[in-house]
Design a protein around this ligand. Structure first.
Ligand code: NOJ
Length: 858
């Protein structure tokens, strides 16, 4: 077994590559201390870990290898104490690789609801389903990518490029999942904004390393880190570090981001797991703050690991201090107790790699045949919540003269476009949804789930029209221009469907290698829209897309009377759409991203070809905090539809804005020191104690174990670098176990508690001025006033239901963080002297009310 480079050099650890962006080294790795509401869980974890020997501790930190267990990731177990190991399973919209589960609307749809409660309920439903399948760790939700690029492949797994909308909704999903006793994972930490080069070489381009997202500290804090701070504050217990490099240091070995920002500043008490194959060093990543290696092997099914045996070796030969491994184990176990996994844990009753009832427990080596799928139906009535989220997330973008809602009296309804129909291969016909056949209800990649069924628009609308006594024809071939025109000429109502897909980089669809190649519609939809609109003067366009598409060529066509964005609505797609089209649900969704008029309006670009020779591609985040609407506002560009926009079947009025300062205690930078790094349980142990117990365990090929292969540590490690002087690969300060100074912006999970003090109260009256009940989303934006600030940033919102004529007074409290900027020099948040303003309305460009934001705080 050859473990090449598990001891990486200091230069690589800290990212010193010539003059390129640099990630400052930050050591030692902070040890958990049970702060915030972690005290009880921490104590229980300490008690458990204190009973473990070194190999048992290591076993908790390292996955058993790709496809060597039933879940997408599994940690080792501690059979002696009846600890079975953890089952980790994707993903952000439901359980991947399982039957009888729900396929919920994607994260981007939750973003479009602007609804905390629905985000919570969807999370709770996913938690319940996970629990019943025997899953311990659900690999979601996602706020990374945040959505810097409109064409970024995985934006749809998360909520919005706005950090506040994203952070608030992500926190609710986390609470929902964890309230059901499941460990939620906030991912991908951090700056995994594009798929291309996320792991290095791509599309025939050979590069030495993964792309480096080069970001400054202010942008980091004010934009990309923000939702993760919310996640930590909401109690998320696990975080997945990302594939890419950040300032030329790998996400899962980046001491600045893991040790300093996440664990010290944000006070994260849970564990950091690597993305699958994002682990690149042994000692280096352990010192940089990684706590769990997933799936455990260096490359899938190599049988080798940076940790496992090698972590045991590293502790025995004194390279990695025991306290660091103890901290990893305590962090992992604390999360187990924190969410209550010790109260309810049922055996894993599904298998990721086959839907057959019987099969191999260790799939990739075809070993240990047994019953592996119980086909447990875990769905309950979750179809209701799936339908509710899908309907609540529909965004009405255009509606001329009340074209929508439909009345049910339409005589002839035509449905057009491939996106209205079903996939001829079945809803799950393409692995991980890696094709765009038929209607689009989720993107592709690991963030998918198998549909238990997929109600297509064609099915649901057809049933509704027939029920109403109408005539119905659906043409779902993207090539059927003539046939579409013929039917469009006869129909009084024409619904045209178009979609645009994207996904994760390991699958390429139609030449789109994860990220989209452009912002056009797929499936020849533009031609179908043109064809139908040329014949039918009531053409309603419905879009299923992973993000914005450019609509300029057709949107102003006089025959196009309405446009509705339905996003990625999941299994209940057609039903939810009928709810909205026929006015059973009044659309209240708001677009969670900006729709520009051309791709270049966004001002930034995905790095698609190597730009650093054979070295790691460099992506300088020179757009800073100016992404999405912040950029459009700053560059004074008129979008087609602005962030936060969405029509309703009724109308609303905003009035009587008041903004009052709230007295809050002064901001006090956190001071003091941590305790000394604790160790738990045995500190002794010699190599012979940890040699593979051949008499007790049958060795499964390729399985990753914590045991030594020989009492000779060098032979056991089988590392060509073994014996290098430790100064070459153990970063300075990494072994320091003495009390460490506290971070001034730290002090509790989520950061300094004073950041969350309310400092201003904004109130406004919202009135439903139309004839039907509906939901409105009041949005509060703040201008922080400085020369480097965006014209305005979203800081508060809510979704409220109003009957016709009804008024409600709505209030939101702004926190100190909401009115602060990150100050790089003091490494803290500051409220600047610049005059600030508050804007209120129902989109980022319709803000009829504004007032100065006077503060009475220090
Ligand atoms: C890689 C993806 O980036 C991550 O989101 C996922 O959870 C893992 N694979 C496991 O499937």
């Amino acid at each position: 077994m050859r473990i090449s480079g598990w001891q990486v050099t200091l230069a690589a650890l800290s990212g010193v590559y010539g003059q390129e962006a640099y990630s400052p080294p930050k050591y030692p790795s902070p040890w958990a201390n049970g702060e915030g509401d972690w005290a009880i869980a921490y104590q229980k974890a300490v008690q458990f870990v204190s009973q473990l020997n070194l190999a048992e501790k290591v076993n908790l930190t390292t996955g058993t290898g790709w496809q060597l267990g039933q879940c997408v990731g599994e940690t080792g177990s501690v059979p002696r104490l009846n600890f079975r190991g953890l089952c980790l399973q994707d993903g952000p919209l439901g359980i991947r690789f399982a039957d009888y589960i729900s396929a919920f609307p994607a994260g981007i749809n939750v973003g479009a609801t602007w609804d905390r409660k629905l985000s919570y309920l969807r999370g709770k439903a996913m938690g319940e389903e996970s629990r019943d399948k025997g899953i311990d760790v659900l690999l979601g939700p996602s706020a990374g990518p945040l959505g810097r690029f409109p064409d970024g492949g995985r934006n749809w797994e998360g909520y919005s490029p706005d950090p506040v909308l994203s952070g608030i909704l992500m926190a609710e999903t986390i609470k929902g999942i964890q309230d059901e006793g499941i460990i939620a994972t906030a991912k991908h930490y951090l700056l995994n904004e594009q798929e291309q080069f996320r792991q290095g070489s791509e599309d025939g381009f050979e590069v030495a390393d993964a792309i480096s997202a080069n970001v400054d500290d202010k942008t980091l804090h004010e934009l990309y880190l923000w939702p993760f701070a919310d996640a930590v504050r909401a109690g998320v217990v696990s975080i997945m570090c990302s594939y890419n490099q950040i300032n030329n240091s790998y996400g899962c070995g980046n001491s600045y981001l893991l040790n300093y920002v996440l664990k010290e500043e944000l006070g994260f008490q849970g564990f950091v797991m690597s993305d699958w194959g994002a682990h690149h060093s042994g000692v280096g990543s352990a010192m940089a703050g990684l706590d769990m290696s997933m799936p455990g092997d260096i490359t899938f099914d190599s049988g080798t690991s940076f940790w496992g045996t090698n972590l045991t070796v590293a502790v025995l030969n004194g390279t990695v201090p025991q306290w660091r491994v103890d901290d990893m184990a305590v962090r992992i176990l604390s999360t187990f107790y924190k969410v209550g996994r010790d109260q309810v844990q049922i055996p894993v009753n599904f298998d990721s790699w086959t839907r057959d009832t019987e099969g191999p427990l260790h799939f990739v080596v075809n070993e240990t045949w047994t019953k592996i799928n119980d086909h447990v139906d875990v769905r309950r009535d979750h179809a209701k919540i799936a339908r509710q989220v899908a309907a609540a997330s529909a965004v009405l973008l255009k509606n001329v003269d009340g074209a929508l809602p439909l009345t049910g009296k339409e005589r002839f309804v035509g449905v057009f476009g491939e996106d209205a129909g079903s996939n001829p291969l079945g809803p799950n016909g393409c692995p991980d949804r890696g094709c765009d056949n038929g209607t689009l209800a989720m993107g592709w990649g690991s963030g998918t789930a198998d549909f238990p069924y997929l109600i297509t628009p064609e099915q649901a609308i057809g049933a509704e029209v027939v029920k109403n006594g109408g005539v119905f024809a659906a043409i779902t071939s993207g090539g059927a221009i003539k046939e579409s025109k013929d039917v469009a000429r006869q129909a009084d109502t024409c619904l045209v469907f178009g979609n645009a897909d994207s996904g994760e980089g390991y699958i390429s669809v139609d030449g789109n290698g994860g990220d989209r190649n452009n912002l056009t519609l797929w499936q020849n939809a533009e031609a179908i829209i043109d064809a139908v609109a040329s014949e039918c003067n009531n053409t309603i366009v419905v879009l299923h897309s992973v993000g914005p598409v450019v609509v300029e060529d057709w949107v102003e066509h006089p025959n196009i009377t309405a446009v509705l964005w339905a996003g990625l609505p999941g299994q209940e797609s057609g039903n939810a759409l009928v709810d909205v089209l026929y006015g059973k649900v009044n659309p209240g969704g708001k677009t969670p991203f900006t729709w520009g008029k051309s791709r270049k309006d966004w001002g930034n670009e995905i790095v698609r070809t190597p730009n650093n020779g054979a070295g790691a591609p460099q992506d300088n985040f020179s757009d800073g905090i100016f992404i999405d609407y912040r950029h459009f506002d700053q560059a004074d560009l008129t979008p087609r539809w602005e962030f936060g926009f969405g029509l309703s079947y009724t109308t609303f009025k905003f009035s009587d804005l008041t903004v009052e300062p709230i007295n809050a205690p002064p901001y006090t930078p956190t001071q003091g020191h941590t305790k000394h790094a604790p160790t738990f349980g045995r500190t002794d142990g010699k190599p012979s104690d940890f040699v593979f117990p051949e008499d007790e365990i049958r060795r499964i090929p390729l399985f990753v174990y914590p045991y030594l292969n020989s009492t000779d540590l060098e032979e056991s490690a089988n590392d060509p670098d073994y014996g290098l002087p430790t100064e070459d690969y153990v970063p300075e300060g990494a072994l320091d176990s003495s009390p460490q100074p506290l971070h001034p912006a730290g002090g509790a999970p989520g950061g300094n508690p004073r950041l969350y003090d309310p400092v201003a109260r904004v109130s406004v009256t919202v009135t439903n001025t139309g004839n039907v009940a509906g939901d409105e989303v009041p949005q509060v934006y703040v201008s922080l006033g400085g020369p480097d600030d965006a014209p305005k940033v979203l800081r508060g919102f809510d979704r409220i239901t109003l009957q016709p004529g009804e008024s409600k007074r709505w209030t939101v409290e702004l926190t100190r963080r909401d009115v602060s900027n990150w100050d790089v020099a003091s490494q803290n948040w500051v409220v600047t002297e610049h005059p600030k303003r508050v804007f209120v309305g129902n989109s980022s460009r319709n803000l009829p009310l504004q007032a100065p934001l006077n503060l009475s705080i220090q």
